[in-house]
Ligand binder design. Structure first.
Ligand code: MCN
Ligand code: CUM
Length: 805
């Protein structure tokens, strides 16, 4: 069939545009072992860097003796804070307005902190020399509990001593970082005082870690002839890294080229700046040779951006019929030794103020206190959408706790409190404007899909059987309805280090009708090369297979703020559609010229412009592309390309309904997920297969977090879970089957109506698993128990409820 005989639907299908489950183009190289990751980069004369790290969580560094290490053949240098100080690089600014030691400056604040950087001719020599650096420490009292830290005389950050103003306002104590308040405190307290019912609970979301398959790393290569620094690295925000490197090194920004090659998972772990980047750059500048640094698994788990660690004290007020009247939350946030949270500048607790969730709550108040402890810094990683994971867990636990207090069904309690479809755009009590949603439709679809009433009947029977001694297994039904906020963000209120959070896309159409698009974002596994080409295909009528996508090279890609917070689709995806529309607008003029009619007399039809009323007279996009390079068209420049920098008017608010059905053995604490149903609404769906993949991956991470994964410390500040022997990373064996489903409520302000989805399954998954555990024990009196729900902790719940005789 040719263009003349195909129907518009057939022509559209050929494009593999939006809505098509197009296969991932990047997998051709990944599945053949042909990916190009940082550690695959090998440059002539390349040296290797490795860190000497502190075994103590809090200690004074009395002395560092490099002699034995320097004597090892092949060792080129050993850097300490003293070497970096003259360059002003022994400390670096964090994304949260704090500063952080690059190498220990007088003391260490967490186990695994970088103390010295050994540079050697190969990785093995570097590792040997690390062992020979003699560091004398003097132990100091360790604070691993944020509540203790706020009472303690021990000053963790001596560099800030006496400083009562922090980056986000007054500091109340020498270990206090900031207080962030949102909503109406007095009104909320008044509502709580007068309410029929108030449920109160401490909800802890434990510390965990994104643990990407590929750890963090970089290769710094300073060319002393051209004065140009090339920095390859596992960066989720390559342009921001270039600007930061320029600002802290003093190198001109045009002389820095940052390249993110293939990335083996980021999950927020690769947003921030690490000591390894700074030390490698310095070492390359000093030696004039390329320097590679790649962490091992323990280093990654112990020292790079952790996730969560939020203690959320909640109060929720309702009428006796279950209508929620107010929500109060006070969070104590453990940020570790330095505040290196990667939040937009004005949001020290991220978007935690989305904690009113999917519910029409008229009055609310949120306060967050950030606290220093002797733990690794970080805090915003792991499919978090800037603390939206914490917010969703908090509200979805509080709803369950309120249902217990009201003796109500938790599904019904949610239903009567949902924001209604006709209330959108909805103004939340904590300051957000939700763009669109239809929660009741999604909820009813989900409950029906799992036969909710049937499950409750089965559960009631199970409880009878358990009490009669016929079974030792309980059945839990874990409900969640989450609302996310993704797509940071309007430049007017979202920036990182002063860089407004817009994003960008540049498209060039080649004469033969194929194209290359470059974006300011960077895929770490999300499949951008597949999906962004689909947006362009639908917008300009060229097949997705003829569109190359390039990200991550700051010398070629337009400036953008990178990929995290599920912002690529809401922001760069919008830029992509807008750039494509600019091309289409020019193509319309070219087509009109070629067809010898007025611009307004042609109309768009899938992959061509046709004369209105005479569809047989048309020019395909391919023909138009050639004409753009081959004809002198009066009043038009040659060529066909466009760039768009997109500043979104608002964020997007994806939502979903997740239900987990779990069997729990009260004698062993073992659990089994019998069913997991995930309904996501991310507005217009670009690639259903990729969305499903995102949901599978994210729910599996949620399973890990809820059911066993944690970064745990002992009272000495030792990391107890620094290897994959102790840190639970699910394999295919532990991973249950998932059922995915969707509704489509487009975003009204996004050019193609799409919302983000990458983080949703983690946001919604964790409360669904946790609520299933709680729900199983609810009939026996359990109200709240902290995650992770590993076998031991589940056994302890059962034991505490007197189930072991
Ligand atoms: N998508 C779609 N239709 C939509 C929304 C999204 O087809 N309506 C597609 C997108 O085109 C893209 C993918 O789904 O290919 C994810 O899009 P989006 O939700 O915009 O998220 P980002 O691309 O910005 O990715 C970031 C997000 C985050 S913040 C974390 S953390 C996370 C996640 O993605 N890290 C990941 N998913 C990951 N998946 C992999 N494999 N590896 C990671 O490191
Ligand atoms: Cu916060 S994890 Mo994702 O935003 O890269």
């Amino acid at each position: 069939m040719n263009d003349q005989t195909m129907t518009p639907e057939e022509r559209a299908a050929n494009l593999k545009g939006m809505g098509s489950s197009r296969k991932r183009v990047e997998d051709v190289r990944f599945t053949q072992g042909k990916g190009n990751y940082v550690d695959d980069i090998k440059l002539d004369g390349m040296l290797f860097g490795a860190f000497v790290r502190s075994p103590y969580a809090h200690a004074r560094v009395v002395s560092v003796n490099k002699e034995a290490a320097l004597a090892v053949p092949g060792v080129v240098a050993v850097l300490t804070a003293e070497d970096l100080a003259p360059l002003g690089l022994h400390w670096m600014p964090t994304l949260a307005g704090d500063k952080q030691m690059v190498l220990a400056d007088g003391k260490v604040l967490f186990q695994g902190q970088e103390v010295a950087y050994v540079v050697a001719e190969d990785r093995y020599v570097a590792a040997d020399a690390v062992e020979l650096v003699e560091v004398e420490y003097e132990e100091l009292p360790v604070l691993t509990d944020p509540f203790e830290a706020l009472k303690s005389d021990v000053v963790l950050r001596e560099d800030l001593e006496g400083q009562t103003e922090g980056a986000h306002g007054p500091r109340k104590h020498h270990n206090h970082i900031f207080t962030w308040e949102q909503g109406d405190k007095d009104a909320t307290e008044a509502v709580l005082a007068e309410a029929d019912v108030v449920a109160e609970e401490m909800v802890y979301y434990h510390r965990t870690h994104p643990c990407p398959l590929e750890t963090c790393g970089c290769v710094a290569s300073m060319d002393k002839v051209t004065g140009k620094l090339t920095l390859y690295g596992t960066f989720q925000a390559p342009h921001a890294i270039r600007t930061v490197v320029s600002l802290i090194s003093g190198l001109a920004e045009h002389n820095i080229r940052v390249i993110s090659p293939d990335i083996g998972g980021g999950f927020g772990n690769k947003v921030g700046a690490y000591a390894g980047y700074v030390c490698s750059v310095v070492a390359s500048i000093v030696t004039g040779k390329p320097v590679k640094w790649v962490e091992n698994r323990m280093e990654n788990l112990m020292s790079t951006a952790f996730a969560r660690d939020y203690w959320m004290q909640g109060k929720i007020a309702a009428t006796k019929d279950g209508k929620i009247t107010g929500l109060w939350c006070h969070t104590t946030a453990d940020h570790g030794g330095f505040d290196a949270c990667a939040d937009p500048t004005k949001f020290p607790a991220g978007f935690m103020n989305i904690c009113t969730g999917s519910y029409d709550i008229p009055t609310a108040y949120l306060a967050v206190d950030g606290v220093y402890t002797n733990k690794a810094p970080g805090g915003v990683a792991y499919r978090c959408s800037f603390r939206v994971t914490e917010a969703a867990y908090f509200i979805e636990r509080m709803i369950e706790v309120l249902a217990i207090k009201l003796n109500m069904d938790a599904a019904e309690l949610r239903r009567i409190n949902f924001i209604k479809a006709d209330q959108f755009p909805y103004q939340s009590a904590l300051g957000w404007e939700y763009d669109s949603g239809d929660y009741h439709t999604a909820w009813d679809k989900a409950l029906k899909a799992v036969d909710y009433d049937g499950l409750r009947a089965e559960q009631a029977q199970r409880i009878e059987d358990f009490k009669a001694g016929k079974t030792r297994k309980l059945l839990g039904i874990g409900l969640t309805h989450f609302t996310e906020i993704v797509g940071a963000g309007p430049v007017k209120n979202c920036d990182i280090l002063g860089l407004g959070m817009f994003d960008s896309c540049e498209i060039r159409i080649h004469p033969t009708g194929s194209a290359i698009a470059r974006l300011g974002t960077i895929s770490q596994g999300q499949g951008h090369a597949t999906t962004f080409a689909q947006i362009i295909a639908s917008e300009i009528g060229l097949p997705a297979d003829d569109i190359t996508l390039e990200e991550g090279d700051t010398d070629t890609a337009p400036y953008g703020l990178g990929t995290y917070g599920s912002r690529s689709t809401p922001v760069a995806g919008a830029a992509t559609a807008m750039a494509a529309r600019k091309i289409r607008a020019k193509a319309q003029m070219i087509a009109a010229y070629l067809l010898e009619v007025h611009d307004d007399d042609v109309e768009w039809d899938v992959d061509r412009f046709a004369v209105k009323g005479a569809p047989e007279r048309f020019k395909t996009m391919k023909e138009i592309a050639f004409a753009a390079y081959n004809q002198a068209i009066p009043g038009l420049e040659p060529g066909l390309e466009a760039v768009s920098y997109y500043d979104p008017p608002n964020m997007t608010y994806p939502f979903g309904a997740y239900i987990c059905v779990m069997e729990i053995d009260v004698d062993t604490g073992e659990w089994e997920v019998r069913q997991f149903y995930a309904l996501d609404d991310c507005g217009t769906r670009i690639n259903p297969m990729i969305i499903e993949g995102q949901v599978h991956g994210g729910v599996t991470e949620a399973l890990a977090i809820a059911m066993g994964q944690e970064i745990a410390y002992d009272e000495m500040g030792n990391v107890k879970t620094g290897t994959l022997m102790d840190f639970f990373l699910p394999t295919a064996w532990e991973t249950p089957n998932y059922t995915t489903d969707h509704t489509v409520t487009p975003s009204p302000h996004h050019p193609i109506g799409a919302k983000g989805v990458g983080e949703s399954p983690n946001v919604g998954g964790v409360p669904a698993f946790s609520n299933a555990v709680h729900d199983a024990f609810r009939p026996f009196g359990l109200v709240q128990s902290h995650m992770p729900h590993d076998h031991w902790r589940i056994w302890k719940i059962a034991n505490g409820l007197g189930m072991h005789g």
